[in-house]
Every structure is written in C-alpha cells, then in structure tokens.
Design a protein around this ligand. Sequence first.
Ligand SMILES: Cc1cc2nc3c(=O)[nH]c(=O)nc-3n(C[C@H](O)[C@H](O)[C@H](O)COP(=O)(O)OP(=O)(O)OC[C@H]3O[C@@H](n4cnc5c(N)ncnc54)[C@H](O)[C@@H]3O)c2cc1C
Length: 511
Amino acid sequence: MTRAHGRGDRVLVIGAGLAGLAVADRLLDAGLRVTLVEPFPLPGGRTASFDVPVPVAGLQPGDVVEHGLHAWFQHYHALHDLMERCGVDRPPFSGPGVSFWNPEQRHMVVPGGPGVWLANALRLPAGARGGRREALGAFGRLIAELGVCFDDPVGTDRHSALSLLQRVGVPEAAIGNIFRPCLYSLTSLPLERLSALELMRWMSRILPDPRMRCVRVSSVRAMAGPIAAALQARGADLRLGVEVTRLDLDRQGRAVLELAEAPDRTGLRHVLVPGFEPDAPPDPAGFDAVISTLPWERLHALGQPGLWRFAPFLAGSFERLHNIHPLTIRLWFERPIAGARESYILARGTLFDVLRPTPEAGSGPDIRLIDLLVEDVESHLPELGYDRERYLEPGARTDAIVQRVLEDLERIYPGQVLGNPVARSFLHTREGIVACNPGVWPLRAPAHIGSSSFFLAGDWTRQPHGVCMEGAVRSGQLAAEALLSGQPVEAPTPAPFGQVAFSVRSLFQRS
Ligand SMILES: Cc1cc2nc3c(=O)[nH]c(=O)nc-3n(C[C@H](O)[C@H](O)[C@H](O)COP(=O)(O)OP(=O)(O)OC[C@H]3O[C@@H](n4cnc5c(N)ncnc54)[C@H](O)[C@@H]3O)c2cc1C
C-alpha cells in the first residue's frame, strides 16, 4: 500500500469510462503524465460494448453486445468536441425525430430538426398533447421558469418535476404522453420522484432540437476505443484489467491505494476479448495525484475510514444516494419485423421503456434485432433483484422475462412477434445511474473535496448536465480543472437564459 505524494505531474486516473477519458484528455493537454487503470478489458465503462468473437453465451460471432442502449443528443458539446479531437465521427441520427408508442395513440413520431420539431409537436393529436393554445402557453411559461430555477438550484431541487409541470399548467395529456416517457427514458424516474432541477436541466438542453443519434456498430468500436487510442498516441498509459482494491485518504488528503489485476467477474468479459491478458498494475507510489471516476457505489464499497474522516460530507451523502439499475435485453428474431425502423421508441410496455430496432452491420435493411432497456430493474422486476453487474444465463427466469417482452412487442408490431422465433437473446444488468430525486443535488460530490491531490469525477458528481455521457465528460473536465488550478471548481450556474442560448449553439453544429 502506497500513497500519492501531492501535486506534481504524474496523475493516476481510476476508471477509463468517459469521465476518465475526459480527464486524461485535459491533463495531457496541460502536459501532465497520465495513467488510467480500468478493470475491464476495453475502455468505455458503461458505454462499453463487445464484438462477439466466438460462439459464447448463445451468441454468434459478429453479434455486438452493448452495456447499455445509448442515445447521443445534439447538445452533447463536450462529448462531441472530445470525439472530434480524437478523430471520431459523431454518430448518425437515429430515425427522423422523437418516436413514442402507447396503446391509445399507437406510434407517434415528432419529426425533428432545428426549431421545426416544436411546430411538429403541435400537430400531434390533441389527445396526445392537450389543447394547442394551452400547450403553447404552458411551454412559454416553462421556458420563462428556467431562469428562476437555475438561479436557485437547491430550492428548485426540493420540488418534483410533476409539481413544476402542473404549476405552469402543462396539459395532463402532454404530461402523460410526452413528458413522462421522455423523462423516464432520460432519468429512469417517474415525474413525481424526479427533481424539478433535473427536469429543467434536461429540457433546457434538449429543447432546440431533441433528435437523437446512435452508433450502428459497437460503441467501443465507434467511440471509446478510438478516443482511448488517440489518448494513448498522445502519451496516456492505459492499463486494462487493473483495478483499485482499496482506497483511503491520509490526514493530508493524499490517496492511499492498492492496485491489483482484476478478475473476470462476469465470466464473459475475458472470453469476449480473445487473448486478453490483464496489464501489470502500476506502482501507486509513482503518482502525485489521483482522480477517481468510480461510480459512487463502487467508491462507497472501496472507500476506507480515512476517506470518510477526510471528507465526512461524502459518508453522509452516500448513505442517502441510491442508484437505478437497468437491464439491457437484445433479441434476435428469425424473421425481420416489418415496420421496424431504426429509432429509439419511448414505449410504455409492462417491462421496458425504451426500445430500438437495430440494423446489424453488413445486413440488409430488414431489422431482426430489437434492443430493449428495462430502466429500473428493481421496480419492474423485483423478483430478479440487482446485486451486481451480471449476464443472466438462459433459464426459466430469463425465459419468463423474454416472454413478457415478446407480449409487449406483439402489441407494437401485431402479428409479427409471437410467431417469430427468437434466434438468440442476451440479458445483462449493469452499473446503474444515480437517481436524481428531489433533494439529491446537494448530496452529489464536488470535484474538489478539500484535498490538493485527490479529486472526484463521474456522472454522479456535481456537474452541470444530466446524468449522462455528456455529464460524465464535463465531470472529468471539472476534476482536471480542479487539479490544475488547485482551486475548488464549481459547476457553472448559467445566467437565466444561458442554458437555452448554450443549446441553441447545437443548431449550428454540423450534423
Ligand atoms: C444501460 C444504460 C443506458 C444508458 N443510456 C444512456 C444514453 O442513452 N445516453 C446517455 O448520455 N447516457 C446514458 N447512460 C449513462 C452513461 O452511460 C453514463 O452516464 C456514463 O457512461 C458514465 O460515465 P462515467 O465515466 O462517469 O462512469 P463509468 O462509465 O461507469 O466509468 C467508471 C469506470 O470505472 C471503472 N471501475 C470500476 N471499478 C473500478 C475499480 N475498482 N478500479 C478501477 N476502475 C474501476 C469501471 O469499469 C468504469 O470503466 C446509460 C447508462 C446505462 C447503464
């Protein structure tokens, strides 16, 4: 066990998810030497994916297994800039706009595009959005509320998203058919349990153009891998298959660490990366500073008493935070499903909330692969429970889940699902995302916890975006700034209409 000494130019970054990659990018720019340790055989963290190389777990070579169904939004400036700097293309748009499905209105698509989506939303049937004048009036009042909300984030955060929407008079139909599925898919929380601050944060960013993008191939191949490779070319030392097994702080706030080779806990990871051999753990004594990008649950599990003594605030927070755990399901059908188009569909199924018909690389236009996300395993599938990341092996339990999903899908694609054999399926639970309930904002940790050599990043920390890929990148940048400046760096609170102005920038970005 050895400790990081204090400020100098050798930095250890714990985790090579997007936050870790963003930290490395910023610190390399500043001329520092950066080592990243990552237990996984590939970079990307929660955005990681695998190209299946050999028949395994019912999968076939050529299949891609994603950790999570990921959508990119127009306003992901920090992420897109990072991608651009690393020579990575922005993913293409997924479908023409925002797609909803519900049993009453069936398929509804709000075609996107800068500005025009609002006019298109007003063309939805009144049953889906309420009266046109009422809807427009409430929309205006919601925009006007942005300034008030961001001026007082802690006060705003005490209220639920539902109470805010009702207070400004958003029609019930629009709340139920539009806000509820959209915000559920973004935050995994129903409106009554979601912080009004989080609602406003997402809305202000997405409003100018809510179209989504998605990668067609694995997100590691299309994003995390090339970013990591570009960082390595700039000098980053990336150690895969290496994990922190103990994390403490001494009285001066210096990190006291143990590093070890990470085992393959899911039993699949190392198989999916042929020939993978964990890298050698670096000597923790060789670092002057440490930035942890661990998800808070992991930090909570690894943290030793010194950490909580040094930053008592963290201990109190972690007791009150909780995560929402998703279940990713991939279903390959034997026959294509007519009418399935590549787009994210926000659907109120019994078991899933977001689905995406996914074209497979190299296959024709016919879609046989459907990706689904059960946003909150605990509430949708209490019998499954969530204890850790895991691949769910075929058996009675997965059969029952798949059967319920098929029944849902049959309602969306009548006559095409129940009689269409499932060629293979893949079910996987993953590290969750922090639940942004009312009152959670002040509990999220700042990058700078009072130490001059240990900093925190990760999507769950106090960063100016939603809990998402963009938020992860911004958190990494904030932590890097805190290290470089030696000062607490607060997430900027924009001026009243600043958030909208920021988002409007996205209208002028290349598509
Ligand atoms: C199923 C799912 C769907 C999602 N959909 C979207 C979406 O559509 N759009 C969107 O923007 N966001 C989405 N998100 C959220 C997004 O994936 C995360 O916000 C983002 O990837 C978090 O990045 P991070 O770097 O903060 O954390 P992570 O990606 O979790 O990175 C932390 C890293 O730390 C590593 N680590 C863990 N333990 C140790 C240890 N002991 N030692 C060293 N390293 C360790 C992990 O392996 C990991 O690589 C989704 C998330 C999930 C789970």
